[in-house]
Design a protein around this ligand. Structure first.
Ligand code: SF4
Length: 198
């Protein structure tokens, strides 16, 4: 993980390695501080780390469509935040971030919009290359994700991608970060030596 962090650091990501989610949460709370606007993308990792409640308790305005009735409004507003929190669906050993999105708000925020972007990545997200990342997402992450959202897609029932053409399809957009976006002031990549997220 240290070696991987170094590889990303050489590309301009601000990296750190944490031995536990608890340590990473402490660092995120310190980094963001108080009185900021914080957007959150769809992320089981962020959910598991309870960051929505902890950031609110620290006097930040936190916008997360998972918690709002008007999800589209929240998705839009979260793009222009001081900090945006998310995970990455996969991180490759050769130094790339791989993400798949259905609606596009999370992928959009990873490219442009927020001032600062924080990726929180558990060790289970590390794969060899982009191809392995796509396979990981489709055959491991999409099934549980689809069940969580009650989506009527084949992987929800089989845990296998059938390259569906359903209206609920989640795999509409692919994003690969080779380097951090120039439109975002700081992109943080925090590795956590725990299994987190899907
Ligand atoms: S294309 Fe359809 S079946 Fe395949 S992983 Fe995506 S949502 Fe599931």
């Amino acid at each position: 993980m240290e070696e991987l962090a170094k590889r990303f650091s050489e590309k301009g990501f601000h990296t750190a390695v944490f031995s536990s989610g608890e340590e990473a949460v402490k660092a995120v709370l310190e980094l963001i501080g108080r009185g900021k606007t914080v957007g959150i993308g769809g992320s089981k990792t962020v959910d598991q780390l309870s960051l929505y409640d902890l950031l609110q308790a620290q006097d930040n305005r936190v916008i997360w469509h998972w918690k709002e009735k008007d999800k589209l409004k929240a998705r839009r507003e979260s793009l222009f935040s001081d900090f945006y929190l998310c995970s990455s669906n996969a991180v490759t050993r050769d130094g790339k971030l791989v993400n798949i999105d259905g609606t596009g708000n999370r992928a959009a925020a990873m490219m442009f919009g927020p001032k600062n972007l924080i990726f929180l990545v558990g060790k289970n997200k590390i794969v060899d290359d982009v191809e392995a990342g796509i396979l990981r997402i489709k055959d491991q992450a999409c099934g549980p994700n689809a069940r969580r959202q009650n989506l009527n897609v084949p992987c929800a029932f089989t845990n296998r991608c059938a390259d569906c053409h359903t209206k609920d399809r989640m795999c509409n957009l692919f994003l690969v970060h080779e380097y951090p976006s120039k439109g975002i002031e700081n992109t943080y990549l925090f590795f956590i030596d725990e299994e987190l997220g899907l």
